[in-house]
Design a protein around this ligand. Sequence first.
Ligand code: SAM
Length: 275
Amino acid sequence: MVGANGALFIVSTPIGNLGDLSARAQETLRAVDAILAEDTRHTRALLTHFDIHTPLESYHEHNEASATPSLVSRLQLGARLALVSDAGTPLLSDPGARLVHAVVAAGIAVVPIPGPSALLAALVGAALPADRFTFFGFVPRKGPERRAALADIAALRHTAVLYEAPNRVGETLADLAAAGAGERAAVVARELTKQFEEFRRGTVHELAAAFAETPPRGEVVIVLQGGDAPPLDEEALRTRASALRSEGLSARDVVRVLMEEEGAPRNLAYRLAHD
Ligand code: SAM
């Protein structure tokens, strides 16, 4: 694997279907000196299934600050460690970011072993635009942070992906509708890779109503289509173009700014930049 040099392997594990643990993930979990697991009992069950006997150590949100320095020291001495979370890909709404930052800062190799994540499974099954998206993880549960996050999501022009606890899905969808996203297409992806996998599709309003009384069973991801761009204001673009020209930008740079920052189509940006 990595010879005498230490390395931290970030290993994705199944989100429900054990068949999703890749051959490379199995090989890595077998070969490392120790596996850092969010919940050692949970990961032990996975390892037992695959007949893997690597020692397990706890690494979770409550000890990541205290455990990180000694893990970095061990890696510097040549240890090979794997980081896993209970399900899916570590760091995605799961612990590990602190360790990865410290490991990279210490000049030690980080090796991702990619695989399952509810984020990508939900996104690709949602049938909403997947070429550009923002992942919000779990939105804050209350207060101004929640309102700000929901307003950000409602203002987005591209797809948003959110994790949510099943008993909060109805409320979060209703709050998104109240923030102005009620007519957007949305998908609640449930129990991905499991027996009762399901994609519920509708507008945010419709799904909020559907889940208001009866929360979905099992784990869910919410995927929300981006909003329409506001109509272009040609006069405002013309003013911006002439201001940029007075600042000394070339016509070519003005075209680029109008397209990238204002969303102007190329032919309009070209015309305004050369007027
Ligand atoms: N790191 C994980 C990943 O890569 O998917 C996510 C961990 S986060 C603590 C757990 C959340 O992921 C759940 O509340 C749910 O929103 C989503 N999730 C995990 N497994 C899922 C599944 N099988 N189906 C739908 N959502 C799932």
